[in-house]
Design a protein around this ligand. Structure first.
Ligand SMILES: C[S@@+](CC[C@H](N)C(=O)[O-])C[C@H]1O[C@@H](n2cnc3c(N)ncnc32)[C@H](O)[C@@H]1O
Length: 562
């Protein structure tokens, strides 16, 4: 009977799952099975928005080994305990299973792109997409679960990503607001998680053969909505952490059936990658809408479908010529198997939406392109007007700072009609000490709350969202209290009053636990006011200095607990 768990040599791996894998892998099945005797892989991915991989290798006291197929990925050893290190709190890396790093690493994202991560929580992939944007363009990071979206927002903030719109929506609602809007979309779909069994034995216990069918139904809805939001010429990366063909090749085959304008692209190859399995989109891997079915019913359903579609094998093994089958291109997908490389398991498909500009363009699409060209021109003018500085530029000279202040004041005048003018001025006074490149026309203060809106922001009325852009802090009468997220978005060189401690200094941990710390030895010249607290030059949060003592302003909800 389907769904019954059986104890076996590897623990609680369901026999029905093993039977499916045997069918999928054929002669490789033995090697796959043996991989369950191997330990799981631990990985961390460097946040290149904050630190280069070279500097990270020099600084991090871990046993690191490069993950060969991910430029900024490393294996570490369990005893390194990187989740307890201050560099983790500084957002220098994300802890992620190595094969899960692959989707965001193969989706080419460039500064200025409009990017959507549709199923983003808790942010393992969104944080990498955001790091690649370098603060330019827009990252819409969405999750249907409100509690998981909160975790997503925190990770985006820890990573210092300033241009994210974090939403908690169903894909259909987003598709209404963002038709053909995004250059790049990641769909890391909710799935049956068969690639998680070694890492998380509870996932094996929760597995059921019905789950793949239910997930596939959801995945098909999600991927179709994603395609609606993709601009002509855009790229869509679909991924899962499961092996089941129903949730992988069959979802891609479904999309290709529904959308003639979508095509599969080759994914840059790594020797351990396995190709997608065209036969898994047909053969007797069949979809049952209502889940659990007895074997006879499955065969009957399969025969009905094979007859109707005319492209599946029947139970006697008759199948059409592969070379003539459009599903042959499913081999461009990538499968990661734990017996072929050092990753737990993943599936990836990179899809391109054909651009009518390369052939005949429809009227609507031509309008969209013109609108986007105009918006790009307007943006370029705006940057020129406000003298945008390059990323990574360390600090402003006094001369440039005073020039910038003039620009800020000019902009304040343009907002004179706003009731928030006085509050905006308080914010601007604080920003005199900040040299992070900012476009002043994107600063907003609403009811005392200050934000820096993303570049490609849009009307979002009606959408449930947690954050639009960077939360800068709160204006309280005539003073400004900078936020934790603002500290994380700054570089150590972008605030002119910094207290930087070495990670071995015991005060770092005390600061992260929320304690007041004595910094008289560093702040020798005395002084008062806001200090950006850093570990080895990388911001951790704020403190307020008075008499050589630093009052702790680290976000109370983010404190180190042990
Ligand atoms: C595989 S997880 C995503 C993991 C994430 N990409 C990462 O790397 O950290 C799938 C996510 O999809 C969300 N989800 C489930 N159904 C969804 C839907 N219909 N639309 C959007 N998100 C959905 C789940 O809440 C879950 O957080």
């Amino acid at each position: 009977m389907y769904g019954k768990l059986r104890e076996n040599a590897m623990g609680r791996i369901p026999q029905e799952f093993l039977d499916k894998m045997k069918k999928l892998l054929g002669s490789q099945y033995g090697a796959f099975l043996a991989s369950y005797d191997q330990p799981r892989q631990y990985g961390l991915r460097v946040n290149t928005g904050k630190i280069s991989v070279e500097e990270f290798e020099r600084l991090a006291p871990f046993h690191l080994k490069k993950i060969p197929w991910v430029k900024n990925g490393y294996f570490y050893e369990e005893q390194d305990a990187p989740a307890r290190h201050p560099f983790y709190y500084a957002g220098l890396y994300y802890l992620q299973e190595p094969s899960a790093m692959t989707p965001a690493s193969v989706l080419p994202v460039h500064p200025g792109d409009r990017v959507l991560d549709l199923c983003a929580a808790p942010g393992g992939k969104a944080t990498e997409l955001g790091a690649k944007l370098r603060g330019e363009g827009l990252l819409v990071a969405n999750d249907i679960s409100a509690s998981r979206a909160k975790a997503l927002l925190k990770n985006i903030e820890v990573f210092g990503i300033s241009n994210a719109f974090v939403t908690n929506e169903v894909p259909a609602k987003l598709a209404e607001q963002f038709p053909e809007f995004f250059d790049k979309i990641l769909v890391d779909a909710p799935c049956s998680g068969e690639g998680m069994f070694r890492k998380d034995p509870a996932a094996a216990g929760a597995w059921d053969v019905k789950k793949s069918f239910a997930c596939a139904k959801q995945q098909k809805e999600i991927i179709l909505r994603a395609a609606q939001m993709l601009a002509p010429g855009g790229l869509l990366l679909y991924s899962t952490c499961t092996f089941s063909p129903e949730e992988n090749e069959q979802v891609i085959a479904y999309l290709l059936d529904k959308r003639d304008d979508m095509e599969l692209l080759e994914i840059p190859q790594y020797e351990g990658f396995s190709p997608g399995i065209p036969a898994a989109a047909r053969a007797d891997w069949i979809e049952a809408d209502d889940g659990l079915m007895e074997a006879d019913a499955l065969v009957a359903l399969a025969e009905k479908k094979w007859a109707a579609a005319g492209r599946f094998t029947n139970q006697h093994g008759e199948e059409p010529d592969l070379a003539e089958d459009r599903y042959a291109e499913l081999k461009k997908c990538v499968r990661i198997f734990p017996h072929k490389m050092q990753g737990e398991g993943h599936f990836l498909a990179l899809l391109h939406r054909k651009n009518p500009a390369d052939g005949e363009m429809t009227h609507g699409e031509a309008g969209l392109m013109a609108e986007r060209r105009a918006a790009a021109g307007e943006m370029a003018e705006r940057w020129a007007l406000h003298g945008k500085t390059a990323h990574g530029e360390a600090g402003l000279t006094a001369e440039r700072r005073s020039g910038r202040q003039k620009t800020l004041q000019n902009s304040t005048r343009t907002k004179a009609a706003s009731a928030e003018k006085a509050e905006l001025q308080v914010l601007m006074d604080f920003l005199r000490d900040v040299s992070m490149p900012m476009d002043v026309s994107r600063l907003e203060v609403r009811k005392g709350q200050a934000y820096y809106a993303p570049e490609a922001t849009r009307e979002n009325r009606g959408l449930v969202f947690l954050r639009n852009g960077l939360y800068l802090g709160e204006v309280k009468k005539d003073r400004f209290e900078p936020s934790q997220s603002f500290a994380m978005a700054l570089k150590g060189t972008e605030y002119n009053a910094v207290i930087s401690l070495d990670y071995r200094d015991e005060r770092v941990i005390r600061y992260l636990k929320g304690e007041t710390i004595d910094v008289d030895d560093i702040a020798k010249s005395g002084g008062r006011g806001w200090r950006l607290v850093c570990v080895n030059g990388y911001p951790l949060g704020w403190g307020k200095l008075a008499g050589g003592v630093l009052k702790n302003k680290y976000h109370s909800g983010w404190r180190m607990k042990y």
